[in-house]
Write a new protein. Structure first.
Length: 380
C-alpha cells in the first residue's frame, strides 16, 4: 500500500488507540479535518465516530463534494434509529456498531483500501476436490454488521389476553376454598381465612428468549395461568435499559384471568438498526393481586447472532464403489440457534471454472449457542 494514503477521521473525542494501531498496520496515516487543507496526500477512507444524527449530516456534505463522492466511509456508532441507518446506507456508508474489534477493522481497511481481502463466504458449507474447506470466517467478521432485511416473525394465538379490560362482576356469597373446603371465600379475597391458601396465583415462565436474524421484528408468546380460584388481575411493564427503550412492545398492558384460565401475552421486539453481535437482556414486570399485592419478573433475553465455526480434516478420501460417509465438527460460537441445512462440494472443471454438487446430510443439524455437533454427510 502507498504509505501516503490518509484516513480522514471525524471524532468527538480523541481517536481510540486500537483504531490508530490498526491504521498503522495497514499503512494509513490519520488525518484530522482541520489538517486537510495543508495536506495533499490522498484520502483513501473516511472514518466517522460521531452520533448517528451528526454522522448523517457529515456524510451528506461529504458526498456532495467531488473529491469524496466515492470515497469509502466507515461510520462507528453506539446506536442508531432505523431511519438513520437507512439514510447512512443510502449514502453508501459502511456501519460498524460498537464495540468494534481490531480484527474487524483490519479486515475492513484491507478490503476497502487494498482489495486484498477475499469476499466473505456464504452461510452454506463448501468443499474442495481434495477436501472440505474448514475455515469459517464468521468469528472475525462478527463486528462487521451487515444490514439484512428479514420478514417479521410474529406468532399468533387464539388465546391472547383481551387488549380491552372488561370489569369483573363481583358475585354475592362465596365459594369453598379449593384447598381446605372449610371457608367460603369471596371473589375479591386474596387468602383463605382458614388455611391461608392464596386464592389468586400466577404461573408464568421465568425467561422469554428472542432470536432476531436481521432487520426485522420478532415476537414471543408468554403463557400466563391462574392456578388459583379467584380472578387474577395483572399489569405489565418493561423495565428496559436506555438502549432497549421503545424496542419492546406489549399487545396489552393489563389482563384478568379467572381461576384455572391460561392465556398469552404477546411481546414483540424490534431488532431493526440494532447491533446483533451483542446479547441483550431486560425484564418484564408483572404486578398482580397474587398474595394481596406482588410483582413477578420475566427475563427477556435477546440472543446475539449465531457464529459458525467448522473443524474438519484436511483431506477426505473417496473410495470408488464404496459408501463414502464423512463428517466434521460444527460449533456455534455466538448465540441463538444455528441451523445447518446444505453442504456443497466444488469440483473444478478446468483452470477457472468449477461445478457444485450438493452433498447429502444424514440428519439435520441444529446447534444452540456455545454448543457444537457432528455433521455427517455422504457423497451422491
Amino acid at each position: 500500500m502507498n504509505r501516503e494514503q490518509r484516513a480522514l477521521i471525524f471524532a468527538n473525542d480523541t481517536v481510540g488507540g486500537d483504531l490508530l494501531n490498526v491504521l498503522g498496520e495497514v499503512g494509513l496515516s490519520p488525518l484530522q479535518p482541520h489538517d486537510l487543507a495543508s495536506n495533499s496526500g490522498e484520502v483513501a477512507v473516511i472514518i466517522l465516530d460521531r452520533a448517528a444524527q451528526n454522522a448523517v449530516a457529515i456524510c451528506t456534505n461529504l458526498r456532495k463534494q467531488e473529491n469524496f463522492a466515492k470515497t469509502p466511509i466507515l461510520v462507528l456508532l453506539d446506536g442508531a434509529a432505523q431511519e438513520e441507518v437507512k439514510l447512512l446506507t443510502g449514502l453508501n456508508a459502511d456501519l460498524f456498531f460498537k464495540p468494534v474489534g481490531a480484527m474487524a477493522l483490519r479486515r475492513y481497511f484491507r478490503a476497502k483500501v487494498t482489495g486484498s481481502e477475499s469476499s466473505p463466504p456464504s452461510s452454506d458449507g463448501y468443499g474442495t476436490q481434495a477436501g472440505v474447506d474448514a475455515q469459517a470466517e464468521a468469528g472475525d467478521r462478527a463486528n462487521a454488521r451487515t444490514v439484512v432485511d428479514v420478514d417479521d416473525s410474529i406468532p399468533t394465538s387464539n388465546r391472547l389476553l383481551p387488549n380491552v379490560l372488561v370489569p369483573v362482576q363481583i358475585a354475592k356469597g362465596g365459594v369453598p376454598c379449593m384447598r381446605c373446603g372449610r371457608w367460603k371465600a369471596r371473589r375479591e379475597d386474596a387468602f383463605c381465612s382458614r388455611c391461608g391458601e392464596p386464592l389468586a396465583r400466577l404461573d408464568a415462565p421465568t425467561t422469554a428468549i428472542f432470536e432476531p436474524y436481521g432487520e426485522h421484528r420478532v415476537g414471543h408468546l408468554i403463557e400466563l395461568k391462574n392456578v388459583g380460584q379467584n380472578p387474577l388481575h395483572m399489569n405489565f411493564s418493561i423495565l428496559a435499559s436506555s438502549q432497549l427503550t421503545q424496542r419492546f412492545d406489549l399487545h396489552t398492558i393489563h389482563g384478568v384471568l379467572d381461576g384455572g384460565q391460561a392465556e398469552h401475552l404477546l411481546v414483540t421486539f424490534d431488532a431493526r438498526g440494532l447491533d446483533l453481535t451483542t446479547r441483550y437482556q431486560t425484564v418484564l414486570e408483572i404486578s398482580s393481586n397474587e398474595g394481596g399485592l406482588s410483582k413477578r419478573q420475566v427475563q427477556l433475553i435477546v440472543e446475539r447472532l449465531p457464529i459458525p465455526r467448522v473443524v474438519a480434516d484436511e483431506v477426505y478420501v473417496f473410495v470408488l464403489g464404496a459408501e463414502n460417509q464423512w463428517d466434521f465438527r460444527l460449533s456455534n460460537d455466538g448465540g441463538g440457534t444455528l441451523t445447518f441445512t446444505k453442504l456443497y462440494l466444488d469440483e473444478p472443471d478446468g483452470d477457472t471454472t468449477s461445478s457444485r454438487v450438493e452433498l447429502e446430510l444424514i440428519e439435520p443439524v441444529i446447534i444452540k449457542g456455545a454448543s457444537s455437533a457432528t455433521v455427517r454427510f455422504r457423497l451422491p
